[in-house]
Design a binder for this molecule. Structure first.
Ligand code: MV4
Length: 454
């Protein structure tokens, strides 16, 4: 392996992803600095890092979102780069700029790309200009409810209003007719202003029963790009993904290439570098539409790592240090099948209500083809202050049916007491006939949860 330029990296995150990034650094011979809140003094990322700095109270706003405290920690420890992980400050344009001003490399895309990605209607317009399929709808933000009515009349109902500053399902309204659209406009706009400080909306035709498929891309500072295939992310509930896999049961080589090339076109147009993800919707006739840019490392990156053989986090570090991409597209070979189950400290029987508490009698699954990305250990206390994700259970096998069997085996080995988890929920989904056939869309879990209540 090439020697990286960085001597020391500060990880501006916590939980499993902080541990994941520390592992990449250690394998590369790079020293690590953990930052932690008062609630995380005993956390695994603190124990694994070479140094650890307290950055404030449990409340995220006062610690993991506190730009000044994090940059002070980087200066105090002389860290030359900062990895933001996902969530928290990972898609914060001001943070990326502040890192640069503090002479620390932000391990991620350029700040301008974060800004473009954060403005959904700008990203959409960009894709339209490139001739990449987008869902029929407005060309720009909507100037008025009247403008929304006019666009809806041309694309036909149902339509969906989306917040330009939003994403991940917040600030959206579906409308079946004019009246609902007029009502939805003021509600969505007010919601968007409250949530994102930006009331601007755009409109699309509403695609029924789509699949959510995303493409992992990587780019260096010299205009080279590759795509590492797709991830199937349709198994979600209220925009929270529960199971992801790569490849997608729906995608053949032709569709993969079309999605991959579209993703790279968008990346090139916005001057993207480092790792990123382009989100698409695919309809029942296998038409695909570009939706959003995710300008960060994603939770579900391991499934892509397992089928591509590429360590995405190590690559992020090398690319941020100015190295060239080590592979060309023709040398990217996807092999086998990978599935990830997100294990949350949450109660599936009670609306996925978070279930904090002290873990005991923990035994983690292992064995052939099993990867466990987690920060939990016996007697660790799950704090109510943060995300309920406690473990990503990821398997690899040569094909989908064997990957499902392997995941069932791994789930059956999992022992954990003291908190409720999504493990029993995953076990039931993996037994579902439609899931096993690969026959599902983004509404699968809602329908499935309904059916299983009866
Ligand atoms: C849509 C859609 C149908 N038609 N847009 C939800 C999250 C946000 N990123 C975009 N989303 C959707 N946009 C049109 N024109 C359906 C969804 C959607 C969805 C998308 C991805 C993953 C899960 C989803 C669940 C419900 C709805």
């Amino acid at each position: 392996m090439t020697k990286a330029k960085f001597n020391k990296i500060l990880i501006a995150n916590r939980g499993e992803i902080a541990v994941r990034i520390i592992r990449a650094c250690r394998e590369m011979g790079i020293k690590t600095v953990a930052v932690f809140s008062d609630a995380d003094a005993d956390a695994l990322h603190v124990q694994y890092a070479d140094e650890a700095i307290n950055i404030g109270p449990a409340l995220s706003r006062k610690s993991y979102l506190n730009v000044d405290r994090i940059l002070q920690a980087a200066r105090d420890t002389d860290a030359d780069a900062i990895h933001p992980g996902y969530g928290f400050l990972s898609e914060n344009e001001a943070f990326a700029r502040a890192c640069a001003e503090s002479h620390r490399v932000f391990i991620g895309p350029p700040a301008e790309c974060i800004a473009t990605a954060g403005n959904k209607s700008v990203a959409r317009k960009m894709a339209m200009t490139l001739g990449i399929p987008v869902i029929p709808g407005s060309e720009d933000i909507l100037a008025s409810p009247q403008a929304a009515l006019e666009v809806a009349a041309t694309v036909g109902y149902p339509v969906i209003l989306k917040a330009s500053g939003g994403g991940g399902g917040r600030g959206m309204r579906i409308a079946d007719d004019k009246e609902a659209l007029l009502d939805g406009f003021s509600v969505a706009s007010a919601e968007a202003r409250a949530a994102f400080g930006d009331p601007q909306l755009y409109l699309e035709k509403y695609i029924e029963k789509p699949r959510h498929i995303e493409i992992q891309i990587m780019g260096d500072h010299y205009g080279n790009y590759v795509y590492l295939g797709e991830r199937e992310c349709s198994i979600q509930m209220r925009y929270q993904k529960l199971i992801e896999e790569s490849p997608s049961p729906l995608v053949d080589e032709g569709l993969r290439q079309a999605l991959g090339e579209a993703a790279i076109q968008v990346a090139r147009a916005v001057g993207y570098s480092n790792a990123g993800t382009m989100e698409f919707l695919v309809d029942r006739n296998r038409n695909f539409y570009f939706m959003e840019i995710n300008a960060r490392l994603q939770v579900e990156h391991p499934v892509t790592e397992l089928v591509s053989g590429i360590d995405i986090v190590q690559q992020q570090i090398l690319l941020a240090a100015g190295e060239k991409l080590p592979v060309e597209q023709k040398n990217v070979h996807l092999n086998g099948w990978s599935i990830e189950c997100r294990i949350n400290a949450a109660d599936p029987a009670n609306n996925f209500m978070p279930s904090p508490g002290v873990i005991h009698d923990l035994i983690l699954p292992a064995g052939p083809g099993v990867r466990v990305d987690t920060h939990i250990f016996n007697r660790y206390e799950i704090s109510p202050f943060y995300d309920s994700l406690i473990c990503k259970l990821v398997v690899w096998a040569s094909g989908r049916q064997m990957a499902i069997k392997r995941m069932q085996r791994a789930l059956s080995e999992f022992r954990i007491e003291g908190i409720k988890t999504t493990i029993p929920f995953h076990q039931r989904v993996l037994q579902d006939e439609d899931f096993r056939r690969g026959d599902f869309d983004t509404h699968f879990l809602e329908k499935w949860a309904e059916r299983s209540r009866k």
